[in-house]
Ligand binder design. Structure first.
Ligand SMILES: NC(=O)c1ccc[n+]([C@@H]2O[C@H](COP(=O)([O-])OP(=O)(O)OC[C@H]3O[C@@H](n4cnc5c(N)ncnc54)[C@H](O)[C@@H]3O)[C@@H](O)[C@H]2O)c1
Length: 317
């Protein structure tokens, strides 16, 4: 972490559903003593700051206030959730133009103050916006990354845990690639506490692997659509993912998390932002961990990168 950084300070830009739930989760985490909330709608940020502060007597003391960009220069982490959300039936990629325009008003404000903290991008489409944030900020790539498929991987673990009647935390499985329709389950490395997933399934009496794998992969992919259809937005799951990533950074845990960053020499993919597990610590991404993929997964990953590359090529950044 650079000099001039307050490692106990976090900023959240965008205090809609995702920003406010993330701020609430961060308050509860006890990781920070100071939190600044910024939103284009200042009243919203002020209201959330007050509401969340009223929970402090049940948690740990900290200062939570609505603020401006001048207030976040020394923040260790700047979480960017500002942007329109998906409407029912809309894909994450449909959001791209609206949210790139919003990023053009936010990221330069951070860059011109030469903030030294880590930019954690959450707004969608998160892979594209992470790449846009790297470009607009000029910050080193390790310091600008997206929550990526951290949420999707949690959904996968949850569904596998339910299916196999085992604690989701004992399931080790990754969703990689785009946080979106072309995401991939890395089945070949999935396991439950070291037992390959298909062996564990058999232990639990399941033998129709292909059918169940497809069902679970679709379940993860359609989670957001399903929730948006029912309650218009998703936010609690992602808030926990934000909390987990912040924890890995602030505590310098060197945790391996499936975050989104510009890939270099990843199964032939170069210069495209997508999710691959990476070691996350106090300086952000320490190292991308190129997990072993079978041929089918490699092909799917290249396809995912190709889809993202096409969107990037159309952007005016
Ligand atoms: N990465 C993930 O896993 C994940 C999960 C869920 C949602 N999301 C994404 O998070 C984003 C936010 O979703 P939401 O449901 O909170 O939306 P929301 O509409 O509730 O909130 C967006 C907030 O951003 C603010 N905003 C807009 N332009 C701004 C600007 N220039 N500066 C500061 N604030 C600005 C708005 O005033 C609003 O309060 C969406 O893009 C959504 O798709 C990501």
């Amino acid at each position: 972490m650079s000099k001039g950084i307050n490692s106990r300070k976090v900023a959240v830009i965008g205090t809609g559903f995702v920003g406010s739930s993330s701020a609430f989760a961060l308050m509860e985490s006890g990781l920070f003593t100071e939190m600044v909330l910024i939103d284009a709608d200042k009243n919203r940020a002020e209201g959330e700051a007050l509401d969340i502060s009223h929970g402090l007597p049940f948690a740990r003391p900290m200062k939570i206030a609505a603020g401006d960009y001048d207030d976040i220069v020394d923040a260790a982490i700047i979480v960017v959730t500002a942007g329109a959300g998906q409407k029912p039936g809309e894909t994450r990629l449909d959001l791209v133009k609206k949210n790139v325009a919003i990023f053009k008003s936010i990221i330069p404000e951070i860059a011109k103050r030469n903030c030294k903290g880590i930019l954690l991008i959450v707004a969608n489409p998160v892979d594209i916006l992470t790449q846009v944030a790297v470009k607009l900020s000029g910050f080193p790539e390790n310091r600008v990354f997206g929550s990526g498929t951290t949420l999707d991987s949690a959904r996968l673990k949850y569904l596998l845990g339910e299916h196999l009647q085992v604690d989701a935390r004992s399931v080790h499985a990754w969703i990689i690639g785009e946080h979106g329709d072309s995401e991939i389950v890395a089945w070949s490395s999935a396991n439950v506490s070291g037992v390959p997933i298909s062996e564990f399934c058999e232990m639990r009496g399941y033998t129709k692997h292909d059918e169940h794998m497809e069902e679970i992969a679709q379940g993860v992919k359609n989670s957001a659509y399903k929730i948006i259809e029912k309650k218009k937005a998703t936010y609690y799951g992602v808030a926990m993912a934000v909390r987990r990533i912040c924890e890995a950074i602030i505590r310098d845990e060197k945790s391996v998390l499936p975050v989104s960053s510009i890939q270099h020499d990843t199964y032939g993919i170069e210069g495209v932002t997508l999710s691959m597990p990476a070691i996350v610590g106090k300086d952000g991404i320490e190292k991308q961990v190129k997990i072993k993929l079978n041929e089918k997964e490699q092909e799917a990953l290249k396809k995912s990168a190709g889809a993202l590359k096409k969107v990037l090529a159309d952007l005016d950044i």
